[in-house]
Write a protein that binds this ligand. Sequence first.
Ligand SMILES: Nc1ncnc2c1ncn2[C@@H]1O[C@H](COP(=O)(O)OP(=O)(O)OP(=O)(O)O)[C@@H](O)[C@H]1O
Ligand SMILES: [Mg+2]
Length: 167
Amino acid sequence: MLLLLYIYLSLISSGVNVKIMVQIETSSYEETIEYAKKLGSVLKGGEVIAYFGGLGMGKTTFTSGLCEGMGITAEVSSPTFALVNEYGNNKKLYHFDMYRISSFDDLCSTGFFDYLDSNAVLAIEWSENIENALPENYIRIEIEHGKTESSRIFKMSGDKIYEDSWS
Ligand SMILES: Nc1ncnc2c1ncn2[C@@H]1O[C@H](COP(=O)(O)OP(=O)(O)OP(=O)(O)O)[C@@H](O)[C@H]1O
Ligand SMILES: [Mg+2]
């Protein structure tokens, strides 16, 4: 198992809200699922998870692992045409694809702002397109290619309370 773990402790400290950034590298689809499951299992509801990273980087894969970790059984696929897919019953996850969103009106039409006020987890592919509309507190996941075809580097930043699930 290829795993690189760097913890950069605390760039920003605003009040008691300490932010951290963690970088991990996975070497397979399955390993990405395992990491995402750990994060999914500690989500309380209301978190916004914003992915940054291009085609085929593993955003949908990660979301699938999040659902598993939240105890949601679902076939997760990119919501390319629907723009948003809903998963779960008690615990809910809304999975957005913002690839085609280019205006504020487009964004409103996805229901994004209504879902933000709900107690659901929001997982957002192509957050590059809506970065200005993200709330102040969100979990940012930047994904890059590693050295091999199936390696992916995840740079995750957010509240320190999620740190244990990333290491
Ligand atoms: N380490 C890895 N982690 C996740 N996926 C991997 C990894 N290595 C290879 N893959 C492959 O990369 C692809 C990732 O697809 P996925 O749909 O998750 O990407 P995506 O970022 O959602 O793409 P899109 O922007 O097209 O929606 C899958 O085919 C998966 O098998
Ligand atoms: Mg996808």
